[in-house]
Structures are given as structure tokens and as C-alpha cells.
Design a protein around this ligand. Structure first.
Ligand code: FE2
Length: 256
């Protein structure tokens, strides 16, 4: 079994990259399950109903989110019907949508979880470690996948080391910069950050002049998605059918 994950889609350059490259990636890798992080898909923050459907039509089976989940208020209007959307379990407001979903692939029940880290992250109500332990106690699945949306590699590695034995794939998202530490951690495919799909000549997918002005001169700016040629980042894992453990992991990075 193969799981393909594509990192944070940042605005229209990221969406275009997904549309352009995901079909060919799926033909090459033949994933049984494709998951995409869509928390920055709508103008850099949040997701709209139209974009939710657009990401699914590009070939995503499920869409995970992050700290910007509710940045577009219209999500609250359609989240209950968005049965392919997985929002962080521990992000406020916790009562809207689902943070754990299940997919039946071949004869396996795959549990998919989205959690936020607590370090340098706002609106996170509960410890991701407590939440994950609770999820294992409450739900049953043959294989577990986690998108751990967090700022620091230390928190991500700690999370992976704690839960690697119970999961087949733990991917870090949020920093938008792909790390080169992909590994099989005791049979769990792990990478600290998958990286983004967004404009290459940018600061994390955002307009670089705007970020520089804000950083150097404390000028209040809005969030403008950078334009121009974009990159796509992802990762995929092979899970051995006999052992039920990850046996291969590979990073994907397509640059302009
Ligand atoms: Fe984020």
C-alpha cells in the first residue's frame, strides 16, 4: 500500500502546481491514498468551498488543515458536509468538523489524524500528545496516518518518536520549507516538514517585499500570495502488506 502526501498548497500558484503535476505523480507512484494539506489554499490562509472541491478534483482523496483552518469564515458554513476535510483535533473551535477520519483501502481501515503543535502556535487548546493517546484509546484502525502541523522540528521529532510504533506515516507541515530528514522510524515513514506548493521566489509562498517591509520596518501589511513560477513538495511511503509497517519513504520536490 502506498500513501502520497502533498504539502501546504499556498494560493493559486500552489493550486496550479497541484493541478499540473498531481495526475502524473499518481500515475508514477500509484498511491492507494492521496492526502493534501489545504490550509493555505485560499489566498494563503484557509480554504473556501470552491477550492475544497478544486483540490479534490485534482486528485486528492482527503484534505488536511492547520492553524489557518478557519481563516475563511465560509468554512463554518460547509464544514459539516465536507466529509473529505480533516481539521486539527486540538484547534479552537474544536466542535466544528472532524479531526479524525477513516478510509477503507483494500482490506485495511486507515485512520487519518490532523493535529497542531503547541510551540509558537495560537488557538491550540490541548496537547497533541494527550489528544493522540486519546484517539488511540477511542478508535480502532489497521494503519494510522498523522499530519502534525507544527512550527518546530523539536516538537515534531518528539511527537514522531512517541507515536512511531503506532503509526505508519507521520508528516510535519506548516513551515513550508522541506526538510531532508525523511526516514523510516521503526516502521513509520517520517519527515519533519514536507514543504509547500507555492511560488518559488517568495518567503514561504508569500510576497517577499511585503514580508521584508513588515520585518524591517514593522509596517502593517496584508497577506499577499507571491506570484510567479512555483514549486511542489510532497512525500510518499510504501507500507508492507505483510508487516503493516512502512518499508520505503521518498521526498518529492519539483522546482520551476
Ligand atoms: Fe500553518
Amino acid at each position: 500500500m502506498r500513501i502520497l502526501f502533498i504539502g501546504d498548497i499556498v494560493g493559486s500558484p500552489g493550486r496550479q502546481m497541484l493541478q499540473q503535476h498531481l495526475p502524473a505523480l499518481k500515475t508514477k507512484i500509484c498511491p492507494d491514498l492521496t492526502i493534501v494539506n489545504g490550509e493555505n489554499a485560499a489566498h494563503g490562509k484557509g480554504i473556501t468551498k470552491k477550492i475544497y472541491h478544486q483540490l479534490l478534483s485534482c486528485g486528492a482523496d482527503y484534505i488536511t488543515m492547520g492553524n489557518h483552518t478557519f481563516s475563511k469564515s465560509e468554512l463554518k458554513m460547509f464544514i459539516q458536509e465536507a466529509d473529505r476535510l480533516i481539521r486539527p483535533v486540538n484547534l479552537i473551535p474544536m466542535e466544528l468538523g472532524e479531526g479524525v477520519r477513516f478510509a477503507q483501502v483494500q482490506d485495511k481501515r486507515i485512520g487519518m489524524v490532523n493535529l497542531c503543535g503547541q510551540v509558537f502556535m495560537d488557538n491550540v487548546a490541548r496537547s497533541p500528545f494527550e489528544c493522540m493517546s486519546e484517539i488511540f484509546n477511542r478508535h480502532a484502525a489497521d494503519l494510522w496516518f498523522v499530519d502534525f502541523h507544527a512550527e518546530t522540528t523539536g516538537e515534531k521529532e518528539t511527537f514522531a518518536q512517541v507515536f512511531a510504533d503506532r503509526c505508519v506515516m507521520i508528516v510535519g507541515t506548516h513551515t513550508h520549507v522541506q526538510t531532508a530528514d525523511e526516514q523510516l522510524m521503526r516502521g513509520c515513514g517520517y519527515i519533519s516538514d514536507v514543504g509547500m506548493c507555492g511560488a518559488f521566489d517568495s518567503i514561504l509562498g508569500r510576497d517577499k517585499r511585503e514580508v521584508i517591509e513588515r520585518t524591517l520596518y514593522q509596517i502593517k501589511t496584508r497577506y499577499t500570495v507571491a506570484e510567479g513560477p512555483a514549486m511542489l513538495c510532497g512525500v510518499w511511503t510504501e507500507i508492507d502488506d505483510l508487516t503493516g509497517r512502512a518499508s520505503f519513504i521518498e521526498r518529492i520536490q519539483i522546482r520551476p
